[in-house]
Design a protein around this ligand. Structure first.
Ligand code: AP5
Length: 228
């Protein structure tokens, strides 16, 4: 395991670049994935956004997923694999992609390992934040209903209230950002996703970045890892 400092990277990354962002709900995975996407021009794949898209469309998969998401539980692996591997096969992933919110179980991590071409070594980054800060971040979050971009009403507000800076979409509070559901999501994270951190530590692939800093400083630390 390595722990990065917030310094500029010095070398160009190798493409295809596959970055896996692990971390508890609300630690800033989506925020950092968006910055990585803009900087390195690779695809951002959020399994949460893909599932919410199915819910918006009212697809059978979306209806099944919603039952779990509304309760703060993990959606069954089979549904997640179906949407994830279809997405990874798309053209815009050929230079690489950022996985945000996947893997969340050891089974998902093992499946990703089996499915990735042998020559691709993913960069696994665990974003660390204490539970107490997570509740504050998520209860103050608004998200674009169209492109999924996250904002924070105090630390990262949109330029025009209620409107996404990136795409002009309407900003909404996610239905799973209530205190009760956030507590359940944290419980699920500690029980089912923390073992994924141990899985990658065992493979000596784990890097860690502290997220209790401004998002620009967190991004510099991540760039340092990508470009080492
Ligand atoms: P998902 O959509 O993945 O949600 P999550 O993991 O709970 O993470 P969030 O999107 O809530 O937070 P984030 O870490 O992206 O933080 P953000 O950047 O927004 O999953 C939702 C549900 O879908 C799951 O509960 C599950 O049911 C299902 N699901 C998804 N994937 C699954 C899978 N693989 N298997 C099974 N089920 C799955 O930031 C949060 C806030 O903090 C924002 O307001 C932001 O502006 C602010 N912020 C960010 N960085 C900083 C900073 N450095 N300083 C201050 N504020 C900051």
């Amino acid at each position: 395991m390595t722990c990065s400092s917030a310094s500029e990277g010095s070398a160009r990354p190798k493409f295809p670049l596959v970055v896996v962002l692990l971390g508890p709900p609300g630690c800033g995975k989506g925020t950092q994935a968006q910055l990585l996407k803009d900087h390195y021009k690779i695809a951002h794949i959020s399994t949460g956004d893909l599932l919410r898209e199915h819910i918006r469309k009212g697809s059978p998969l979306g209806k099944r997923a919603q039952e779990y998401m509304d309760l703060g539980k993990l959606v069954p692996d089979s549904l997640v694999f179906e949407i994830l591997f279809e997405r990874i096969g798309q053209e815009d992933c050929s230079s690489g992609y950022i996985l945000d919110g996947f893997p969340r179980t050891v089974t998902q991590a093992e499946t990703l390992k089996q499915r990735l071409p042998k020559e691709i070594i993913p960069l696994i980054i665990n974003l660390k934040l204490d539970d107490s800060e997570i509740i504050e971040r998520l209860t103050q979050r608004v998200t674009c209903g169209k492109c999924g971009a996250p904002y924070h009403l105090i630390f990262a507000p949109p330029q025009k209230p209620g409107i996404c800076d990136r795409c002009g979409g309407m900003l909404i509070h996610r239905s799973d950002d209530t205190e009760a559901v956030i507590s359940q999501r944290l419980k699920v994270y500690h029980e089912q996703t923390e073992p994924v951190v141990a899985f990658y530590k065992g493979l000596k692939l784990l890097h860690e970045v502290a997220c209790n800093l401004p998002k620009e400083k967190v991004f510099l630390a991540i760039r340092g890892l990508v470009e080492t």
